[in-house]
Design a protein. Sequence first.
Length: 123
Amino acid sequence: MTQWYIIETDAEYRKAIARYEEIREAVKGSLEYREWLLLAQLISDYEKKNYSLPEVDPVEMIKIRMEDFGYSAKDLAREYGDKGTVSKVLNYKQALSLTMIRKFSKLLRIPADALTKEYQLQQ
């Protein structure tokens, strides 16, 4: 297992992201799971220090982070459990639920408060 330290460079950040993705489905309680939790914190700290979130609505924020991590709507549906609802949310037909906010915040490393902002749905 790699020993992790405070992330200070973009190269270290990219390495941490790659490892995070590699072990994101680690079994809770395992060493890999503990490494995953540590990486989530280190990555979050680096992003807070070096990147500001764009001023966009929650759905657009989700789409941006999906692109950042190479996720598809199918990946979000796997996390949430309902492909139809995810599709409706991504197409502004349905609002984010509290459960979605919690799950997508964790998966996409978006602060939950950024996903609670009001936005317009399409009729």
